[in-house]
Design a protein around this ligand. Structure first.
Ligand code: ATP
Length: 513
């Protein structure tokens, strides 16, 4: 655990030191769980967004993208169920005065049991060596089976109590499990209460005529209310999808873990409208498609897993998360939800307008079912950033910190470095920059010894360094150094662009999907 904490602290400080993420309004001591993306962070975020958008919108002829407003008519949130049901169960510790999400306390308790399972697996893997069969071990080892049963029983009970709004039972569960406040160790808890997560605001200048609004807590509703507009104007035929990326706001009870859980964040969502009865197939297909998208970034299949929901949201008939191994353990990165016709029907009811699709072949109208994929852009950022940050010991015993961002997403693709600041080398370096800048973000760096400059770019995540030296004056060649392998090649200046392009072109990465 301490090792995990250290790694996570390193991630946070590296994100600041290398211009990725700053605390919001830092000069006023910041605002809790609100962050600003700095010069490199904004680029990385944009690249992740583009990678998602291309995979969703550009690569699928039956998916289009929109950009709906953050402010929506307040009845939207009545219809969607957010006014009545977008609550989290909160509990306070009477001694430490700290506030927690009751469900998260129980889930964290289960994570600790899960860590014990992992420990048993590791021990056994060591003992049995090559002959080790993990699946067989976890299904037959008495101790592991016992741990798993305990987790399943606890989560099933939690799911049931939350579904039935039986908050007294959630409290009873916390007491039975003897869960203590992680800060103070105290078990002196208040009752569990529901807390609505939407931020309210007002539209209009005068107090009497102002209208109460909410900052959207999810982007999905902007898609639902535009369903028919898009279907008609785009002449879309079912099945089809509408995608969008944009800010969402939630007044989270406990917003910890850096950008993992913020009060203002960005979502990338796609609602796929299907014929009722076919939702199960589409749900499975989108689960598979989204996992492929993640794996195409090459961050290791072991870092992802599906988690099927026990407790379904009020609108869903099936739901799963894609979880990622963050520095603090496996947590939700993306949700895939089969939302039935809940939202469109609710908007029909509250607006009095029909939101139906006319199927020309079957000659019938119906309210489509919806399968949604919903991923937090900031969480994806954290997944990539934390996974990429590594400390390496090199062959000569020296250390280097390298940010192994997938090259396609790296904020800066290359740094151009004149070996020294004179003899015409800076001029050649500038000329190379001037050519490359049409295709890539490139930077120029002439300060310090070249070795130090390499290290600086490694830590900033730049996949290539291009060094101009005295031989360049003679042979028109430069040294290109690869961040991950540190391999250096002597290449013609005119070939630099295509060498970089080969590694960073989205096309090649998306083809791996
Ligand atoms: P959690 O259980 O972690 O609160 P959720 O199930 O409420 O998440 P959804 O409503 O399904 O999340 O939202 C879809 C995605 O939006 C999540 O998978 C996550 O990546 C992202 N997300 C949700 N809440 C936040 C937040 N407060 N900060 C950053 N990203 C978030």
């Amino acid at each position: 655990m301490a090792k995990q904490d250290d790694q996570f602290k390193k991630v946070i400080s590296h994100a600041k030191e290398y211009g990725y993420i700053f605390q919001s309004s830092e000069i006023y001591d910041g605002l809790s769980a609100v962050y600003d993306y700095a010069q490199n962070g904004a680029e990385l975020k944009k690249n992740i967004r583009d990678y998602w958008w291309k995979a969703m919108v550009q690569m699928n002829e039956n998916i289009v993208g929109i950009d709906a407003a953050i402010l929506m008519h307040p009845t939207t949130w009545k219809a969607s169920g957010h006014v009545d049901a977008f609550n989290d169960p909160l509990i306070d510790n009477k001694d430490s005065k700290k506030r927690y999400r009751a469900d998260v306390l129980v889930e964290d308790y289960c994570l600790k049991i899960e860590a014990k399972i992992e420990k048993e697996v590791k021990k056994a893997a060591k003992r049995f060596g090559d002959a080790f069969n993990k699946e067989e071990f976890v299904s037959t080892n008495g101790r592991v089976v016992g741990y798993q049963e305990k987790i399943d029983t606890i989560l099933a009970r939690l799911g049931k109590s939350l579904e039935n709004e039986d908050l007294a039972d959630v409290k009873a569960l916390i007491e039975e499990l003897e869960i203590a406040d992680p800060v103070s160790g105290s078990k002196n808890w208040t009752e569990v209460k529901q807390f609505n997560l939407m931020f309210g605001t007002k539209l209009g200048a005068s107090a009497d005529t102002a209208m109460d609004l909410y900052l959207r807590p999810e982007t999905a509703q902007g898609i639902f209310v535009n369903f028919l507009n898009v279907q008609k104007t785009g002449r879309m035929k079912i099945p089809f999808g509408i995608a969008q990326t944009g800010k969402a706001f939630r007044n989270e009870i406990v917003a910890r873990q850096f950008i993992f859980r913020q009060r203002e964040f960005e979502q990338m969502e796609m609602q796929f409208f299907v014929k009722p009865g076919t939702q199960k197939e589409w749900y499975e297909a989108w689960k598979e498609n989204r996992m492929k998208w993640h794996l195409s970034l090459g961050m290791g299949a072991d870092n992802y897993r599906f988690h099927d929901h026990e407790k379904l949201a009020h609108y869903a008939d099936a739901a799963a998360d894609i979880e990622f191994k963050f520095p603090f353990g496996f947590k939700e990165l993306e949700g895939i939800h089969s939302r039935t016709d809940f939202d469109l029907k609710a908007h029909e009811k509250h607006s009095g307008k029909k939101l139906q699709y006319f199927d020309h072949e079957a000659k019938e109208s119906y309210v489509p079912y919806v399968v949604e994929t919903s991923i937090g852009l900031d969480r994806m950022f954290l997944a990539i950033f934390s996974n990429s940050l590594v400390d390496e010991t090199l062959e000569d015993g020296s250390e280097r910190t390298v940010l192994r961002l997938p090259a396609v997403l790296a904020p800066t693709k290359a740094a151009v470095l004149p070996l020294i600041k004179r003899d015409g080398l800076p001029e050649i370096a500038r000329k190379i920059m001037d050519d490359l800048k049409f295709d890539f973000n490139v930077i120029y760096d002439e300060k310090d010894a070249v070795g130090r400059r390499y290290r600086r770019q490694d830590a900033a995540g730049t996949p290539f360094c291009i060094t101009v030296d005295h031989d360049t004056l003679e042979d028109n060649m430069v040294t290109i150094r690869h961040r991950d392998t540190m391999e250096q090649q002597r290449v013609k200046i005119e070939d630099v662009r295509s060498i970089i392009m080969k590694e960073v072109d989205m096309r090649a990465w998306l083809m791996k999907m």
